[in-house]
Design a protein around this ligand. Sequence first.
Ligand code: CA
Length: 221
Amino acid sequence: MKLLIIEDEKQVADNLKEGLEQHNYTVDIAYDGKEGQQLAREYEYDIIILDLMLPDIDGEDLCRKLRDGGNKSFILMLTAKKQLDNIITGLDCGADDYLTKPFEFSELLARIRSLLRRSSKHKSNILGASDISLDTESEEVKIGGREVQLTRKEYMILEYLLRNKGQLISRNQLLEHAWDRNVDIFTNVVDTHIKNLRKKLGKSGNIIKTIYGSGYRILDE
Ligand code: CA
């Protein structure tokens, strides 16, 4: 799943990106509100992590602008402010959740999982199809209870397909949700990773169907 961090403190933003990438998320960063707004318009992020205190625009104003512009990403606000009033305004201007700095990284991860559960029909952290299961909390993928080692990219592709089980997912959608904005969209990078993923899933890899000319689908049995 792809996240956008809008945070002007470079060190904080870079550390968050690094940490989140280690947990199988794709992350873009905007170091100011203007760039954040532009990226949020251009790409379909699953979650936007928005710092409240930005130099060029107030996080609440930016949140309102994004919502007025029809942005449907989940917005998680980060702030050093603890006052109840800020929490209320933050939520009322369109944020879905709120986290006060300093926070434990494990809490941020739990809140991200919680937001992602809201968007899909999966209300638990375990996604699955046939004998394959993917646990978004332990980040383990198992076939019939036996763990399989996937690369981060393979994990992200499988996660996205499982979250959208039954739906046709285009290569562009996979590029949009599992790669950051630096990907060269003219390569056959998606097909290569799907091929490797299927190989690692063995017989169970058959659940990933290729829809010729369109994309991929995991059947909803
Ligand atoms: Ca800030």
